[in-house]
Design a protein around this ligand. Structure first.
Ligand code: DOR
Ligand code: ZN
Length: 426
């Protein structure tokens, strides 16, 4: 199927918007020409993007789709649709399903369901340890063979340094990345929120910054020793950033990600005992938020991910102490970041797009993420003008668990194209 997107505002090489026509055929971008030139293709579907931004499709390398095992929270289909609605064309899903994605059959099941859904590209991660229990390594070669793109026990930290070192040795040998949820359990022990004013005021135990940074420091040393590509999940503390910055300076192969909520919210913003503000890592201090922002700006943090983590309303109503950690992210990510950082003049639009497209592609070696002839026709069309309030009842995700209800935002995706096919449009 041929497709022409007319009058697309694209971010040019100098960062300025340029008006172009984009010609797509065979699932690939064929040509990007001046909008004044006539793009002629027989029988082509034509989309007039007048006044809209067209970007390479967003890539989210950290998401939870819940299938198999927790389909009441989300399925691969509902998650993929939610991703498409948020402008994402490639997503990488975490293995903390039930069963855990610690075996080739489950990797294949995820890939099969994603194919059936036929919405966005879904790349599965496999677990580092069986059932993510931290006791026994999974079969890395078999998991790679079945289609896993990296190894992670996301949801929990790998507590044993020896286990992590063994995992890194295997992964390095296979040329695969290790993606780490950094958390030392001995420093956490059942705390639902970060250490700080909110925890004190409500008499809750607090999660200290060191619980994250200790693992980051340990793993950087292990990555240096093994030569593996080590990727740090959802960085949230000043201390972790300091360690990552130093490691990059001395040439350790380390990359890192941050979530929109850790760039926008601090523990001071939590309005009360509402578990829609509970996630792991937790909202930290304003100082940590500022450090995360600076780290995105200077490249210490390579990419932005959502950590889309849907839970049922019943689960989130159990209160701050008992509710599970996590918030949904696909459908608010770009509007939040655009409104808070680009519309306010803090970041160039090109920088935000790069951290959500070309940078994740670079870090994980993906063909997607570029808006140029020859690249996959994975595209996102965004309305940068219309302001709209976040309304969870309209989410394509089954999850409604967001702290951003009623926030007035701009930068809403209006159409998402995967391999040259419109998979979602308003
Ligand atoms: O907030 C979170 N939710 N953090 C995690 O590490 C796991 C995730 C989930 O699976 O719900
Ligand atoms: Zn996660």
């Amino acid at each position: 199927m041929e497709l022409i997107i007319k009058n697309a505002n694209i971010v040019g090489t100098d960062g300025k918007l340029e008006l172009k026509n984009i010609v797509v055929a065979g699932g690939v971008i064929q040509q990007i020409m001046d909008a004044s030139e006539q793009a002629a293709l027989e029988d082509a579907q034509v989309i007039d993007a007048q006044g809209k931004l067209v970007s390479a499709g967003f890539i989210d390398m950290h998401v939870h789709l819940r299938e198999p095992g927790f389909e009441y929270k989300e399925t691969i289909e509902t998650g993929a649709r939610s991703a498409a609605k948020g402008g994402f064309t490639t997503i990488a899903c975490m293995p903390n399903t039930r069963p855990v994605t610690d075996n080739p059959e489950t990797v294949k099941l995820v890939l099969d369901r994603a194919k059936e859904a036929d919405l966005v590209h879904v790349l599965p991660y496999a677990a580092i340890t069986k059932s993510e229990l931290g006791r026994e390594l999974t079969d890395f070669p078999a998991l790679k063979e079945s289609g896993a793109i990296g190894f992670t026990d996301d949801g929990v930290g790998v507590q044993s340094a020896q286990m992590m070192k063994d995992a890194m040795k295997w992964a390095a040998e296979l040329g695969m990345p290790v993606i780490a949820h950094c958390e030392d359990n001995t420093l956490v022990e059942g705390a639902p929120v970060a250490e700080g004013e909110f925890a004190r005021k409500h008499g809750l135990k607090g999660i200290p910054n060191e619980s994250e940074a200790i693992h980051v420091g340990r793993d950087i040393l292990l990555a240096e020793a093994t030569g593996v590509h080590y990727h740090v999940c959802h960085v949230s503390t000043e201390q972790s950033i300091r360690l990552i910055r130093q490691a990059k300076e001395i040439g350790v192969k380390v990359t890192a990600e941050v979530c929109p909520h850790h760039l926008i919210l601090s523990e001071e913003d939590i309005p009360g005992l509402d578990a829609n503000w509970k996630m792991n890592p937790p909202l930290r201090s304003r100082r940590d938020v500022e450090a995360c922002i600076k780290a995105v700006e200077d490249g210490t943090i390579d990419i932005i991910v959502t950590d889309h983590a849907p839970h049922s309303e019943e689960e989130k109503e159990r209160g701050m102490q008992l509710a599970p950690f996590g918030i949904v992210g696909f459908e608010t990510a770009f509007p939040l970041l655009y409104t808070k950082f680009v519309a306010t003049g803090k970041w160039p639009l090109a920088q935000l797009i790069q951290r959500m497209t070309a940078d994740p592609a670079r870090v994980f070696g993906l063909a997607a993420g570029k808006l140029e002839p020859g690249a996959p026709a994975d595209l996102t069309i965004v309305d940068l003008e219309t302001e709209r309030a976040v309304d969870p009842s309209t989410f394509a995700s089954k999850g409604r668990n967001t702290p951003f209800t009623d926030w007035k935002l701009k930068g809403w995706p209006v159409a998402t194209i995967v391999s040259g096919k419109v998979v979602w449009s308003e």
